[in-house]
Design a protein around this ligand. Structure first.
Ligand SMILES: NC(=O)C1=CN([C@@H]2O[C@H](COP(=O)(O)OP(=O)(O)OC[C@H]3O[C@@H](n4cnc5c(N)ncnc54)[C@H](OP(=O)(O)O)[C@@H]3O)[C@@H](O)[C@H]2O)C=CC1
Ligand SMILES: O=C1OC[C@@H](O)[C@H](O)[C@H]1O
Length: 395
């Protein structure tokens, strides 16, 4: 039900944003938005409105009129009719890139080379080779780029990881994310191979939540992968199911080697029960079985709307539930209970740009490991790697 919770988040942010307009500092970071994407309102615009250290300075679209109407709607100071114009503007300190997946790398590199920091929508790039080029550009220019894994910035994810780390050796994990059949229109960017579409690309979360729980890099190997092809293009997975084996690293605070079998399931056209009932209960979920417990984080992707962490003791069968909308005091984040994952994300991004220690950070190496994991699954499923428009700007 990914789309439904996305819509609920739009409302959530609008509602809470109205009563929480801060006084802005005199030298705010100026944000530029590349594209008029659907996600902008939740992903950056509402969070920026409730952050005292940023202003919405500019938006660019391929079409000037679209940029102007978005600028008017969201009270953004400047509108540009091309992405290049925005990147050339001295009115922008960092950009939020919400272009189709296949364009992330190309525009991230262009932005970094024009002196802008980048908050880059997921997935980081179209494939691993392109991810290395983005990271190299960040290193060369001294600018910051972070993949927008918003949910990892929310206190619930940290509480979950903390709990997992205290339950003994991890044995296996299972992560799932689905959207009901018909919920994503056939014209959507997610169905287009040339734009690096596909269920695993869009629902990259099934791998990132697994890696987050395990504190792992890329899997050692993919032992099973099955893609269900989309009806419009067999190169695009409408669903992906896979089993990954992670064999290095350790749960947080433990170090040490482990060997874990992780199953993942992403589905952009999930069948309805009896053909009619969408599975509204099937929110993005990660389950981790350890020696002592089975720990489930239900709705890990949008925990601000609702979530729970269930800890089932294997010895007694007793299940204990926890919820974490605010910093538990253990994991270092600071913020408000009503904040969306995107607002938590903006907090850490701004902290980093201001030279403060962020409570959480998605490292560039983690983004490389993430897209490498995705590539490994596509290869194991017999599908081609996703193409990048960035390939044409390869130096
Ligand atoms: N973090 C999260 O929770 C979410 C992240 N995302 C990510 O954000 C990105 C955008 O997703 P979404 O908002 O659904 O995208 P949309 O389809 O709504 O928007 C994509 C935008 O990209 C621009 N664009 C440039 N070239 C093309 C092209 N060839 N075809 C279509 N659009 C083009 C358009 O802007 P213009 O015409 O103005 O130039 C368009 O509005 C994706 O990478 C997705 O994975 C999406 C949803 C949630
Ligand atoms: O990142 C995302 O999160 C919400 C989903 O609905 C969407 O398909 C995906 O892009």
């Amino acid at each position: 039900m990914a789309m439904a919770i996305q819509i609920a988040t739009f409302f959530h942010q609008w509602w809470y944003g109205q009563n929480s307009v801060p006084i802005k500092v005199s030298d705010p970071l100026r944000i530029g938005i590349l594209s008029s994407a659907m996600i902008n309102a939740a992903g950056i615009i509402r969070p920026a409105q409730t952050h005292g250290e940023v202003v919405l300075s500019a938006i660019a679209s391929r079409d000037l009129k679209t940029a102007q109407s978005q600028a008017k709607k969201y009270n953004i100071a400047h509108a540009f009719g091309s992405y290049d114009e925005l990147l050339d503007s001295p009115l922008v300190d960092f950009v939020y890139i919400s272009l189709p997946n296949g364009q992330h790398g190309e525009w991230a590199i262009k932005a970094l080379e024009r002196g802008k920091h980048v908050l880059l929508e997921k997935p980081f790039t179209a494939n691993e080779a392109e991810a290395w080029r983005v990271v190299e550009a960040a290193q060369r220019t001294g600018k910051i780029v972070m993949e927008a894994f918003h949910w990892q910035c929310h206190p619930a994810s940290h509480a979950f990881k903390d709990i997992v780390s205290k339950q003994g050796k991890i044995l296996k994990t299972h992560a799932i994310m689905t959207s009901p059949v018909g919920s994503i229109p056939s014209s959507d960017i997610r169905w287009q191979f040339d734009l690096a579409g596909g269920a695993l690309m869009d629902m990259t979360y099934v791998i990132s939540s697994t890696r987050f729980a395990l504190d792992a890099a890329a899997p050692e190997r993919v032992v099973f992968a099955h893609a269900r092809p989309s009806p419009w293009d067999a190169r695009v997975d409408e669903a992906m199911e896979a089993t990954l084996v992670f064999s290095k690293g350790g749960a947080e605070g433990k170090g040490g080697e482990y060997d874990v079998e992780s199953t993942i399931y992403a589905d952009m056209r999930r069948s309805n029960v009896a053909g009619v009932v969408p599975r509204i209960w099937e929110l993005p979920t990660i389950e981790v079985e350890t020696e002592r417990a089975v720990i489930t984080l239900y709705n890990f992707m949008m925990p601000h709307l609702y979530h729970y962490i269930a800890i089932k003791d294997k010895a007694t069968g007793h299940t204990q539930y926890e919820k974490h909308y605010k910093n538990s005091g253990k994991t270092g984040e600071r913020g408000e209970e009503y904040w969306s994952t995107y607002r938590w994300q903006l907090e850490v991004f701004v902290d980093k740009l201001r030279g403060r220690e962020p409570a959480h950070w998605v490292t560039n190496q983690s983004s490389i490991d993430q897209i490498r994991s995705i590539d490994m699954v596509y290869q194991a499923a017999g599908l081609p790697l996703r193409p990048a428009t960035g390939d044409v700007v390869k130096r």
